[in-house]
Design a protein around this ligand. Structure first.
Ligand SMILES: *Cc1c(COP(=O)(O)O)cnc(C)c1O
Length: 464
């Protein structure tokens, strides 16, 4: 599917756009909207508005209970509890496991910040582990090495939509008697050895944020578990620690320190409608992305996403690493090569960007231990700890030598756009002597060095 150069262009299509040539991806080719909003979705929202049943204060609210039943079924879990967002889902899941202040919770060094601040919100101490350079997920070895007598939970993230090595991680966790929480915010519908993510850990979480593969019209989260007690505790934690009766009057008795992380019925109705199309849309996305990656796999020095045989990828984010040696450059030039390649691609109209410019332990909240007035780190019995980025070298290498494509490929309508992106990659590779030469000559700043500058400027503003 070749795409013609923009009509009337006087710029040469044979020259890279970064050198003044014509852009490869036509401007008329827009990123298709995600989530796709259909008449059925609108009708679901309007039906809920018309019903007048907005409160989620009681059990038996149709849309919320129905979504919970349908998602539990889709995942193959016994229970599902809907909450207000994916971050709240992690805090509630950890709370259901009775994680106490000062307990250690293992989390990946590469993820969205929510994976690490959710434990902090309940005064648990995050302990970071490094990732695998091919899957970008935590490894069983790194997880086991991080376990101490204070470890009370392991939060694994199926990063970008690829399931972690659950069998091996569960074996490590079982050996030490520690529950695993799957943070599946990026992996709705992905399968590991034939089973859906969200059905493998003790209690597991999803986000329904508009950016995710299963979205709501705003914010939402889902928790899944097979355990009756954990499900009941999650329900209590979402609503002031109350035990909400199936029928009859609400007692207003709080039995534990609960949150108000209730969802709303409109969000549930919208997601139920989206869920009906999830399998079909995921299948088309899979075909589109495979077509795109197939074309890119021919390009020397570009490492396309790796999917082990025993699992599927939900393709939430596409991350590409570069291999300088395949382009005749020294391995130390991986970061500069990624930076110059990104510039070339962006000039052609490919939205190559960063997903995380720093590792989670590099975030200010961990570097400066900004908790609740020094807690949880200053709690009695908690060992003094310093978060050091160098402790997760693979995470840093991946952040420096990879870039990501996000959102553009999510819609089933993205095929023509992905074809144009593949054309752009191929063009960029035809002229690879240009950007490899730049890479060898440029002064490189890592993404986290750039992020630190942004951080300094914003910090001043935040504290003005
Ligand atoms: C999006 C995301 C979350 C948080 O979900 P919200 O609904 O935005 O709170 C948690 N973990 C990961 C890995 C995510 O990508």
């Amino acid at each position: 599917m070749a795409v013609a150069a923009s009509p009337g262009a006087t710029r040469s299509p044979d020259k890279l756009a970064m050198q003044g040539g014509a852009r490869s991806v036509p401007r008329s080719l827009r990123i298709p909207a995600w989530p796709r909003v259909t008449e059925a979705d609108e009708a679901a929202v309007m039906r809920t508005v018309a019903s007048g049943r907005f409160t989620s204060a009681s059990s038996g609210e149709q849309e919320i209970e129905s979504l919970e039943r349908e998602w539990a079924e889709a995942v193959g879990a016994k229970h599902c509890v809907m909450v207000s967002n994916g971050t709240a889902a992690i805090s509630v899941a950890l709370g259901a496991l009775d994680i106490q202040p000062g307990d250690e919770v293992i989390v990946p060094a590469l993820s969205f910040i929510a994976s690490a601040v959710a434990p902090l919100h309940i005064l648990a101490v995050p302990v970071f582990v490094d990732i695998d350079p091919r899957t970008f997920n935590v490894t069983p070895e790194a997880v086991e090495a991080a376990i101490t007598p204070r470890t009370r939970a392991i939060v694994v993230v199926h990063l970008h939509g690829l399931p972690v090595d659950m069998t091996e991680i569960l074996a490590v966790a079982d050996k030490h008697g520690i529950p695993v929480v799957e943070d599946a915010a990026q992996a709705h519908g992905a399968l590991y050895q034939g089973r859906a993510v969200g059905s493998l850990g003790a209690i597991n979480t999803f986000s329904l944020n508009v950016s995710k593969n299963l979205a709501t019209c705003g914010e939402g989260g889902l928790i899944t578990t097979d355990d009756d007690k954990l499900a009941r505790r999650a329900l209590m934690l979402r609503q002031f620690g109350e035990l909400i009766p199936k029928q009859g009057e609400r007692s207003y008795v709080g039995h534990m320190l609960g949150f108000n992380h209730k969802p709303n019925a409109i969000q549930a109705a919208f997601t139920r409608s989206q869920l009906e199309r999830l399998p079909e849309e995921a299948e088309i996305r899979d075909e589109n992305v495979r077509y795109f990656l197939d074309r890119l796999s021919a390009l020397p020095g570009l490492l396309t996403p790796y999917v082990p045989e025993d699992r599927t990828h939900a393709w939430h984010i596409l991350r590409f690493r570069v291999d300088p040696t395949a382009l005749g450059l020294d391995p130390s030039l991986a970061g500069p090569l990624r930076a110059s390649l990104m510039r070339a691609l962006r000039a052609e109209g490919v939205p190559a960007g960063h997903y995380q410019m720093m590792s989670l332990p590099q975030q200010r909240v961990f570097q400066e231990q900004l908790g609740y007035g020094g807690y949880p780190w200053q709690l009695p019995g908690v060992e003094p700890r310093q978060y050091r980025a160098e402790d997760q070298p693979v995470t840093l290498a991946v952040i420096d030598d990879s870039f990501a494509i996000q959102k553009a490929h999510l819609s089933p309508d993205a095929r023509p756009l992905l074809a144009a992106y593949a054309d752009a990659f191929e063009k960029v590779w035809q002229h690879r002597e240009v950007w490899t030469r730049y890479a060898a000559a440029m002064e490189h700043r890592t993404p986290w060095e750039k992020a630190a500058e942004i951080s300094e400027a914003e910090w001043a503003e935040a504290n003005a």
